[in-house]
Design a protein around this ligand. Sequence first.
Ligand SMILES: NC(=O)c1ccc[n+]([C@@H]2O[C@H](COP(=O)([O-])OP(=O)(O)OC[C@H]3O[C@@H](n4cnc5c(N)ncnc54)[C@H](OP(=O)(O)O)[C@@H]3O)[C@@H](O)[C@H]2O)c1
Length: 263
Amino acid sequence: MRKLVLITGASAGIGEAFAKTYAMNGYDLIVSARREDRLVALAHSLSESYGVDVSVATADLSRPDAPLDLLNRIEARGRPLDAVVNNAGFGLPGTFVETSWEDQRDFLQLMLTTPTEICHRVLPGMQARGFGRIINVASLVSFLPGSKGHTLYGPVKSALMKLSESLNEETAGTGVHVTAVCPGLTYSEFHDVNGQRERVSELPDYMWQKADEVAEAGFEAVEANRPVVVTGGVNKAIAALAHVLPDPVARAAMRQQSRYVRD
Ligand SMILES: NC(=O)c1ccc[n+]([C@@H]2O[C@H](COP(=O)([O-])OP(=O)(O)OC[C@H]3O[C@@H](n4cnc5c(N)ncnc54)[C@H](OP(=O)(O)O)[C@@H]3O)[C@@H](O)[C@H]2O)c1
């Protein structure tokens, strides 16, 4: 029997690449996002190319009731989840007070509460069955100082990284692996959605990764049970540098760069 993975945010970018990677590795899939047409096209293409079963489960994961509703719908199909990739996300431009509380609240729900709830709900079953894989898509910014604009993005991604580290410790020896995948700049729709495509396109090619490279590195890392993986050589170097730089210097460097990737 093939294993079953749920991938959130599978209608584009890194999530779509994760769907391809898991299909290539013989998993059946449940692909989730809001855009059903995209998911249906992806499901057809992956089933045809890799001979796996792919089901579509649309959900707006910024709604507080969405994670439980999604997991209930999956449970009703009668197969437990062997793996989850918590990937759905976006960047909310603007400074903290320029942005409405309702937008910040929905952002926190999608980016932190939803993946945390999904982890909490799937882990007991995975541990009881002695097998599970959870990837939380965090970011290189998990390692970097806070900066102006996209105010909650860094805090949320840092929290997801720490959550993954803690869960990796708590599941040790149970057959369950939990990994935070930390990409840097990645070609996807992310910078179209947050309106920064023009500015980020000024950044050099060597700073960018393809979504497929991120997904493959993430899959390998969770199989190897690594709590955290930074994808790509340049991003690894930046994360390492952030560990050793004095805080004021790191903050100044972040301030300089954030005009491209933040506001
Ligand atoms: N691209 C980068 O440079 C980069 C770097 C570091 C980390 N990341 C992280 O990587 C993850 C994937 O981003 P990406 O770069 O692949 O961006 P993307 O191409 O814009 O894809 C984002 C995905 O999230 C889904 N999504 C957004 N809001 C949703 C909602 N309310 N409910 C359900 N699904 C929702 C979108 O689907 P629908 O619109 O169809 O709902 C889409 O499938 C995010 O967590 C992001 O923070 C990206």
